[in-house]
Ligand binder design. Structure first.
Ligand code: GLN
Ligand code: ZN
Length: 762
């Protein structure tokens, strides 16, 4: 009858202590030779494989490891190199590879963008209508042989599938899709044939695009592609892998001529289970069941999952037709909990990062192969660990839960309409037309970061640090006055990060030491854990805002991070709904907004730069998410007085899908990133007839360039062509924390000058 196999889909690259990042950055900085670099990387890569083997994983992925990004690896494998990086190299040199990802003196890097709804960014393949795909070096073959020869591992090579690759690429016209696919397919076949020749039994082909709606033609392309591949490498077993959601076209997909299908039973649980129940599962194929969450950091409920797997087992022909896998690559979670020595043990024992998740997969497979009794100890321990967190005081804050229970279904609403508020606020603030302001942060200089380090290490006392922050704030209030800005900010010098700062001051959050995940290239982020009920303890920002306000007669904006952004940039508990967590955070922020109002801070900005990125992949889930986002934002902000002005800020430029949401937030003013894509954004707001206060960024803060007065003036004028001058504000695209003072001051002077010139022409 064979046995149920444990299989991994992808392992984190970065290393337990970010060794991978350090190796890359040393190489880029010229601090290590290519030989040393490649040697270090090889050692790391083999250690990851060995770890998976030692954990008992049956099918270990090969080729998921990357020096930058696996989509770029796939593009390079097939010679999809942007023209500006073309060389005669048959084998693409490491330098060329990194140049595509990072740019060089002569050529701009390829664009990068978010991998589905994750925080991982891939390099967008650039293909033109004339691109001729060709095989470069078969890196998968090299990696397969390496694992086999060095560790005796017969791995499962992983490759991004042809349709997903083409769909994520840009630069060609859609009517060239078929030609490009026809050119790619023989190359896929060649890669696969070489792998088979070398001894590969299974290959995992990732087609995550299948969780998004596909047209008839798309589905036809899938049929054609997989029929072609199967026909040409009939012996090799192909596992078509999907993740991040349920399939949109279950029947068509399961009819494809491959040997197995990998489905996500976490994010896509309801949809995928329902499809299997309705249509059954092809009897002779493998079902790779993604039951262990590849996107979050909690232990799997082993008992419930075991039961679920037994149901899935009954849907397939035989034990050998079922694999237990994570729901996606483990790229999206940190490496191991074992180095976290400072966490509350109750929390720590409820966590599972990549290594621990693989352990769970192995246990679950063992239970199915032997008996439930064989894994009894592990299941009981797991139950006890999860219960302990569930029963802990952190998840049983009666006050928070009572507040949540009392929330009404009705959207919280400001007592007065925008029109009325606009008049009241115009009287209260007496701002000139086209008021100028900034987004919040000013340069986080070496000194600022050093001061924070000194204080954290205990080398500086609290009062020493406070004094430093005050001086910095005062310096920048003076600078802002001198520049002539109309609405000032305190500068955010006390903040390391806009989520962590609040997380450290609220109950319900925890921070790991090594819980890093790759965001793009060597850049990693360490998201806070929202593990308990979130609650407000004491004012978090009042001291800094009130101090700044005491130094000037101009209004100073209070500065908070919104509930949805805090949620989206954290690892979040999954025992209560997303809306409940949004609202817990919002209730805490509401108290902060109230405290700011009491301290006579009359403008309060609640940043939501990550609102859009949490948008679900499935159309039918979008409205619910957006409703809950709006509800929580309004919960935190709408109770204020008419003459308290609520601002928000967002930094991206795709508003099409969320313009009604923006309007529904009912803020008095929104500032958005716009300098790089002005035309499109204006059109969106114009078509919508947006009537509330709006600042379209006139200064691209991502570049060290100092924009001229004329340039910023032209942006402002374009906005005025379609928007009522009464609602337009002038501001940069985003916070200035990454800029240097020498860039910031002259750029803002130009911005104020531009505003004055446009005002004079009104
Ligand atoms: N207020 C924040 C800042 O200026 C906003 C940052 C952001 O939008 N990402 O830094
Ligand atoms: Zn921003």
């Amino acid at each position: 009858m064979g046995k149920v196999l444990s299989a991994n889909l992808g392992y984190p690259r970065i290393g337990e202590k970010r060794e991978w990042k350090r190796a890359l950055e040393a190489f880029w900085a010229g601090k290590s030779s290519k030989e040393t670099f490649l040697e270090t990387i090889k050692t790391l890569r083999l250690s990851y494989l060995k770890k998976q083997k030692d954990l008992g994983v049956d099918l270990i992925p090969i080729g998921d490891f990357s020096l930058y990004d696996h989509v770029l690896d796939t593009a390079v494998l097939f010679g999809l190199i942007p023209d500006r990086f073309q060389t005669d190299e048959k084998e693409i040199a490491l330098e060329t590879y990194f140049s595509i990802a990072r740019g060089n003196q002569d050529a701009e890097a390829s664009e990068m963008t978010k991998w589905f709804d994750t925080n991982y960014h891939y390099i967008v393949p650039e293909i033109s209508n004339d691109t001729k795909p060709h095989l470069t070096k078969n890196r998968l073959l090299d990696l397969f042989n390496e694992a086999k020869n060095e560790l005796g591992i017969v791995g499962k090579p992983v490759i991004v599938g042809p349709i997903t690759l083409l769909k994520l690429a840009k630069g060609y016209d859609s009517d060239h899709f078929d030609t490009l696919l026809d050119a790619l397919l023989p190359l896929y076949v060649q890669v696969l044939a070489e792998l088979q020749e070398a001894g590969a039994e299974w290959v995992q082909i990732d087609e995550p695009i299948l969780v998004k709606a596909q047209s008839e033609e798309d589905l036809a392309a899938f049929s054609k592609a997989y029929a072609y591949i199967k026909k040409n490498v009939p012996e090799l077993k192909l596992l078509l892998q999907t993740y991040f959601e349920a399939l949109d076209h279950y029947q068509e997909v399961t009819a494809l001529p491959v040997d197995g299908f990998g489905f996500d039973f976490v994010a896509g649980k309801a949809g995928n289970l329902a499809a299997i129940k309705t249509y059954g599962f092809p009897k002779d194929k493998v079902l790779a069941a993604g039951v262990v969450d590849g996107r979050n950091i909690w232990k799997t409920d082993l008992s419930a999952t075991f039961t679920e797997l037994q149901t899935l087992l009954s849907a397939v022909k035989d034990h050998k037709n079922l694999w237990v896998t994570p729901s996606s690559s483990l790229l999206h979670v940190p490496v191991t909990v074992s180095n976290e020595t400072e966490l509350d043990p109750v929390l720590k024992h409820a966590l599972a990062f990549a290594d621990e998740k693989l352990g769970e997969i192995v246990v679950l497979a063992k239970g199915l192969n032997e008996s439930e009794a064989a894994i009894y100890g592990a299941v009981e321990q797991n139950r006890a660990d999860l219960n302990a967190l569930q029963q802990s005081v952190h998840r049983n804050n009666a006050a928070v839960q009572a507040e949540l229970d009392q929330l009404s279904k009705e959207l919280p609403t400001r007592p007065a309409s925008f029109d009325l508020r606009q008049q009241v606020q115009a009287d209260a603030f007496q701002l000139p037309p086209l008021p100028t302001t900034t987004i919040g942060s000013f340069p986080q200089t070496k000194e600022v970061r050093q001061a924070r380090r000194n204080w954290r290490k205990g080398e500086w006392s609290d009062s020493q640090y406070d004094q430093f922050i005050k001086e910095e704030t005062k310096k920048w209030i003076d600078i802002q006055e001198e520049i002539g800005l109309d609405v000032l900010v305190h500068g955010e010098f006390e903040r390391n990060d806009m989520v962590e700062y609040f997380g450290e001051k609220l109950d319900g959050f925890a921070f790991t030491r090594f819980g890093w995940v790759q965001s793009y290239g060597s850049r990693c982020v360490k998201p806070p854990l929202i593990f308990g009920d979130v609650s407000w303890k004491e004012p978090m920002t009042v001291k800094e805002s009130a101090y700044a306000q005491s130094l000037t007669n101009k209004p100073v904006k209070g500065m908070l991070t919104g509930p949805v952004t805090i949620y989206n940039w954290s690892f979040v508990r999954n025992d209560i709904s997303q809306a409940s967590v949004f609202n817990q955070i919002a209730l805490a922020l509401k108290k902060e907004v109230h405290a700011l109002e009491e301290a006579n801070i009359r403008m309060i900005q609640v940043d939501e730069p990550a609102l859009r990125e949490g948008l679900p992949l499935k159309e039918e889930k979008k409205a619910g998410y957006l409703h809950d986002a709006v509800y929580s934002f309004r919960l935190a902000t709408t109770f204020v007085k008419n003459d308290t002005q609520i601002h928000t800020h967002m930094c991206y430029s795709e508003f099409d899908e969320i313009i009604d949401t923006i309007d529904a937030l009912d803020t008095d003013v929104i500032s958005i990133e716009a300098a790089r894509s002005h035309g499109e954004i204006i059109a969106t707001f114009e078509d919508f007839h947006y009537k509330k206060g709006i600042g379209l960024g006139v200064y691209d803060i991502h570049s060290p360039r100092i924009p001229s007065v004329a340039e910023m003036k032209s942006y402002a004028e374009r906005a005025l062509n379609v928007l009522d001058p009464k609602v337009v504000w002038i501001n940069p695209d985003c916070g200035l924390k990454t800029r240097r003072t020498e860039e910031t001051v002259p750029a803002l002077k130009n911005m104020v000058e531009a505003a004055q010139q446009v005002r004079a022409e009104l």
